[in-house]
Design a protein around this ligand. Sequence first.
Ligand code: ADP
Length: 395
Amino acid sequence: MSARNVLVINCGSSSLKFSLQCEAHSRALLSGLGERLGSAEASLRWWRGEAIRQQRALPGADHGALLRQLLPMVNEACGGRLHGVGHRVVHGGEQFTQSCRIDAEVITAIRATVPLAPLHNPANLLGIETALQVYPDLPHIAVFDTAFHQSLPEHAFRYALPDQLYREQGVRRYGFHGTSHRYVSRRAAQLCNLAVGDSCWLVAHLGNGSSTCAVVDGQSRDTSMGLTPLEGVVMGTRSGDVDPNLHGHLARALGWSLEDVERLLNHQSGLLGLSGLSNDMRTLEQARGEGHRAATLAIEVFCYRLAKSLAAMSCALPRLDGLVFTGGIGENSVLVRARTVAWLPLFGLAIDPQANALCVGGVTGAIHRPGTPRILVVPTNEEKQIALDTLALLD
Ligand code: ADP
């Protein structure tokens, strides 16, 4: 049988990321991004393999118009042989413990989860419904960010709040980035010749959003994000953990509304808030090199709190086979990896500076000193994992 192809779709309210994955290749055959959809400035950028990069204005195009524009490009890139469509869905609540084939019942269940992810799930549903119209004859599969964390034990996923809030409102920790944590923990086991089902990892996924995860025998046992992706470590513009009384304090001291506080915590905090400069780690590293005090502090808070979160995750591990860094920062920032590990002296972790410097720009590798616990850099590939899940459900 010749290699099969899957179109992976990650739909936002005004954007749509796509990636055409072939099971025989590690790289996407075609990938790209539609932006500002539904507006006069709508545009499409795409990459064909490594080299060819193109852009086209699509004034007024909505998600459907974009997908129809893509049809011939996708057909050409895969020789007209598309076998399925994989959809990223942010929130699967407690219903979805794994990826599944999309039918009317699944769509209803995803809709029922909208109150838990009011920004993301409606956009993901829009992507599903549009793609079902454009590709009515193909199987469509939903892959949930939360599903991997449904294996958390109750003592890890419950908040210390009255039981009724969990039972009636679903207030609990769900965790996100599950597709990435699953992909890199499996890759780490493969790279070290360990069985996925008998291996224990701490994973730090560090991108614009960041989270940590304890993975035991291929299952998530704890993770830093909670009811929403705001909980946990410091992120680009999200604060991560703060004292929950902050809401009340700001309301009383400054008269701020809930919306004001939510905007602060989600969009004006994190690296951006601390540095007053940028949410982008590259910019902060450069500023730190030039002596910028607030950028230096932002990076240090980021690394210290990340180390604290990893130490907390270690409670869920019976042993440690390795610490894995991934995501744009985890895959590229030699400084963040070094500073974070320096804050974990009791774990016996030690970085080899030369190996650390080599693992950038998509390079996979081990960066620990010989004789100390493993530290790995493993580039994530959520699109590939979504394609793998899609193919597995076609079999
Ligand atoms: P997203 O969560 O949006 O997928 P990414 O995983 O692409 O984000 O990560 C984006 C982050 O990675 C940004 O903070 C960016 O500055 C950081 N990053 C990318 N390349 C480098 C680099 N060479 N050095 C330091 N940070 C980097």
